[in-house]
Design a protein around this ligand. Structure first.
Ligand SMILES: O=C(O)CCC(=O)C(=O)O
Ligand SMILES: [Fe+2]
Length: 319
């Protein structure tokens, strides 16, 4: 009786870490990061570099943004799926989102802000930019730790330079019922690393390798979820897991969340370095153009394909 514990994501503290200088606990945290990413493909990170003020401000900005009239939100268009405004999708009626490309670059954020608020909105642009900029540090610490753990630091510069940042901000309406409703369908992320943040309304669930759902419950307001996307799964030749996840909603409170996505730049070919391939680890995916893969993934066929990566560029070896 009562022996079953609720499964939880691994919890890792990044508070005393810096990117430039190695702190005494770097090696310890690095081993925790690597283990978590092999086993779960994600973890909860405690990261207080994003100040309390900024953590509050981001949700005020999100409320202000999603309160805009639909016609205004639709002005943020993008050729890339999920980089512009998304809403009113019949399959996921509770969900809407807005993408902000290069959110760590102030001028880019300002340009996008001016589309929505033609007279500008300083506090919105500043909040989005600062928040994204602080989080890029966490993204880079994690990626540096991964490359060090795999003894391939020699690729660090090339690896870091191969990505851009997208901030996607999201609102999930409460379904106004205690029955659980789908907020966002089951998927794995296609990018390199994702860093998620949410208000106090829960809903994110992550699938374990053996197919069980973990409901994410943040330990504090400085908790972020760090998650591996398919392109890093491919680059590490399968060593790091990219987990399926989804959002389930109930009740009447709106859930606001943000995702900072490091994304391979246009034209970038994802190819596992030779060090990642050996007898024990035969090559899982042929080198592939990330943008070409996205075209397949977002096609009608790709959207029905739970193993889109394997279909698109898997080798013949069974995995
Ligand atoms: O809202 C969330 O917490 C998750 C969002 C997500 O999985 C995504 O945008 O890829
Ligand atoms: Fe996701």
């Amino acid at each position: 009786m009562g022996s079953e514990t609720t499964p939880k994501l691994p919890l890792i503290n990044f508070n005393d870490l810096k990117l430039e200088t190695k702190s005494p606990n770097w090696e310890l945290v690095k081993s925790q990061v690597y283990k978590a990413l092999v086993e779960y493909g994600c973890f909860e990170a405690i990261f207080d570099k994003v100040s309390l003020e900024l953590r509050k401000a981001i949700f005020d900005s999100l409320e202000e943004l999603f309160e805009l009239p639909l016609q205004t939100k639709l002005l943020n268009v993008s050729k890339k799926p999920y980089h512009g405004y998304v809403g009113q999708y019949p399959m996921i009626p509770l969900y809407e989102s807005m993408g902000i490309d290069d959110a760590n670059v102030f001028e880019k954020v300002k340009t996008m802000t001016n589309i929505l608020w033609p007279h500008g909105n300083q506090s919105f642009s500043k909040t989005i930019h600062f928040f994204s900029d602080e989080l890029t540090v966490l993204d880079q610490i994690v990626r540096k730790m991964i490359l060090e753990s795999l003894n391939v630091e020699k690729y660090l510069e090339e690896h870091m330079n191969s990505t851009n940042y997208l901030l996607r901000v999201m609102k999930y309406k409460g379904p106004q019922t205690n029955d659980t409703k789908l907020g966002l369908s089951t998927h794995s992320d296609k990018n390199v690393v994702t860093i998620l943040y949410q208000n106090q309304v829960e809903g994110l669930q992550v699938m374990t390798k053996d197919g069980k759902w973990i409901s994410y419950k943040p330990s504090s307001s400085s908790s972020f979820v760090v998650m591996i996307g398919d392109s890093l799964h491919a680059w590490t030749n399968g060593r790091l897991h990219s987990p399926f996840h989804r959002v389930m909603m109930n009740g009447n409170k709106a859930r606001y969340s943000t995702g900072l996505f490091s994304i391979p730049k246009g034209g970038c070919v994802i190819k596992a370095p030779e060090e990642m391939v050996d007898e024990e680890h035969p090559l899982l995916f042929k080198p592939y153009d990330h943008v070409e893969f996205l075209k397949y993934y977002y096609s009608e066929k790709g959207q029905r394909d739970q193993n889109a990566m394997r279909t698109f560029c898997g080798t013949l070896i069974k995995v």
